[in-house]
Design a protein around this ligand. Sequence first.
Ligand code: PLP
Length: 469
Amino acid sequence: MTPEEFRAHGYAVIDWIADYQARVASFPVLSQVKPGEIRAGLPDAAPEAGEPFERLLADLDEKILPGITHWQSPHFYAYFPANASGPAILGDLLSSGLGVQGMLWATSPACTELETLVMDWLVELLGLPAAFLSTNAGGGVIQDTASSAVLSAMLAGREQATGFATNERGCDGKLTVYTSRHAHSSIEKAAKIAGIGRAQVRLIEVDGTFAMRPDVLEAQIAEDRAAGFTPCFVAASVGTTSSTAIDPVPAIGAICRREGIWFHVDAAMAGTAALCPEFRWIHVGLELADSYCFNPHKWMLTNFDCSAFFVRDRSALIDTFSILPEYLRNQASATGQVIDYRDWHIQLGRRFRALKLWFVLRYYGTEGLRAYVRGHVDAARAFAGWVEADDAFELAAPAPLNLVCFRLKGGDTLNQRLLEALNASGKIYLTHTRLDRKYTLRLCVGQTHTTIDHVETAWRLIRETAGGL
Ligand code: PLP
């Protein structure tokens, strides 16, 4: 493809995306295809001869679009948001166009230095502890996902607890990690990958708000130490996936400090709320954390993937990951004056993700980002109020931010039928969880163009559908 051909097809692709944005609200939110249907509509083998670009775009419309669940629809309330925006998409496109590998400072200095800068900006914008600044002993790095971030943190915690010996000799089967029963599954998954073992993950009981009980954590750590285990990692959630439960970070952090255990805070979705000073309470106690992560790719208008991971002491992370083969040696790294992000995570190669984040932060400005977070929280609160005021429904958990957990009074089967009917309508998309063992519906407000009017329409549909069951 020559630059001129690229220009012509590129215009067509941008038109396609702009048209998609304009019509996304009209598609069934949840793809209605059956398993295997998309593949069955496509050839079994790759083409021998190249095809015209126009045909690829036509197939996107005809063959692929029916199999898309529209995460960018304003009627998408499922799981968690994965919102996007014009500046982010364009920044991502430019990153693809530049096609740089940012593994070392030397392989593209701007890729590293812009990333360090925007991560420092985020520390200020969210009011995070100054220890996370690169100008202090810490720093931030963009990871692909919160799952990779927690794995990186757990590995650093593992090494810290074993004097960096596990890296050399492997696990002794005696390490333990701790998180709440309601924490994200990525923490258990990290324990599997880190060689610690899922059996060594202690899922700590929660209180009535689904937040971790620090007294139970402390007792479990003591019991494990007495039994000869080495506790190496604790993860608290600031906003669980199920219900936005917020663990008591100050109390958990104090235990970790006393015990010398690596303390990670996972604020994957909820962290974005701290852009607004009135929601910064979610991060109380964060100065006790060794590491912290939130996902701009969830609720901060930055399309997937972009996970912001911060550490208090970057040397702990770098000492865990650093390995230097001859072919990566270079003068800039040898001076010790540059950051080589390859030592901050698992993979070597890395995309120029900072570009899209930089575009988002500059295009909207802090004021713009705050306004849109507030709009979502206000809409979720209004929804919670409507649920509470309706005798047929009940709230299932506190709704501190943009997620509302609720039930139709009448048991699991009824709620399951309600969810299925709503999703089959294609008009909205919700998912469920279990709270207190009860089937619970979740409505998470976070798509870029979702307004209180959309949420009101969703509430009307939920009531009408419930009435017809
Ligand atoms: N932590 C929490 C609280 C989450 O809600 C999620 C996603 O649902 C994750 C971690 C995992 O996020 P990622 O897909 O970035 O690994």
